[in-house]
Design a protein around this ligand. Structure first.
Ligand code: FES
Length: 267
């Protein structure tokens, strides 16, 4: 058998033999994720204008405590620290936020875009050592498998919010009437994209594919595995589409609530 000797080349930070626009993808990720983090943080701390009629912003769903009719347990609780501004989103966002932060796709994307580790494939990085995700603190990324279960439950909550967004209060009678507004569609599209992202999770693929070291023999699991694998192939696409849609859904509800935007009733 022929042996081809290979010499490892150590490049300085940013050095590469690549001639393509390798920097474009990490730059896009840096700008996209930065914009999302800035907007989501701002929106989470507002604590108001997160509901309008039957609509509820996905950043605030489900509302555990708050001043909206969507709140499960009533208004702001007494135990809330006085120094911390109250917003129902602060109780909710750590879960979907943690799910995204630990997602395998996002990890690969932001390690390159924010930490330059490396900036891109075959491009020199600023560090010499490599510890991977087997040591603290990155070993904590394994918590993703637990966040996945929470995210699946959140999809059910958001789907229920779409159902509630189909029922508008008649101002004359006070009765709830079936209807569809542009906001209903915005919320529904958001849930479909979020579900497509969540159900394409690598962890879920392993869960439905079988047990440890054993592929499932159940036809139901085979079908589920095929569906999850299909979504997983487009995981990057749904990761970005759902990131965008959740922001748009919050903005839509917010602008309607502030009276800046008028929700159009289609039915
Ligand atoms: Fe991306 Fe689980 S790997 S959501």
């Amino acid at each position: 058998m022929q042996v081809i000797p290979v010499t490892a080349v150590h490049r300085g930070f940013g050095q590469t033999a690549r001639r393509d626009s390798w920097w474009a993808a990490p730059l896009g990720v840096f700008l996209g994720l930065s914009a999302f983090v800035v907007y989501a943080t701002w929106a989470a701390f507002q604590g108001e204008h997160y509901h309008f009629g039957p609509y509820l912003s996905p950043f605030y769903a489900p509302v555990l405590w708050g001043d909206s009719p969507h709140a499960w347990f009533g208004p702001k609780p007494d135990w809330w620290p006085a120094l911390l501004p109250f917003s129902p989103a602060l109780l909710i966002l750590p879960f979907p936020g943690g799910f995204r932060f630990t997602c395998y796709y996002y990890r690969g994307a932001y390690y390159k875009a924010f930490w330059a580790d490396p900036p891109s494939c075959a491009v020199g990085e600023p560090r010499k050592g490599y510890r991977g995700e087997n040591a603290f603190p990155l070993i904590l990324q394994n918590v993703h498998r637990f966040f996945m279960w929470v995210a699946v439950v959140f999809i059910a909550f958001l789907a229920y919010d779409v159902w509630k967004a189909l029922w508008f209060t008649n101002p004359a009678t006070g009765a709830a009437e079936f209807g569809i507004g542009v906001g209903t569609i915005v919320l529904a599209v958001n849930v479909v994209l979020l579900a497509s992202y969540t159900w394409g999770c690598h962890v879920l693929r392993h869960v439905v594919g079988g047990r440890m070291d054993e592929v499932s023999k159940s036809p139901i699991c085979d079908t589920a595995y095929a569906c999850v694998s299909g979504l997983n192939l487009r995981h990057q696409l749904f990761a970005w589409c759902s990131l965008f849609s959740v922001m748009v859904a919050d903005l839509y509800v917010r602008l309607c609530s502030m009276g800046i935007w008028t929700d159009l009733r289609l039915l």
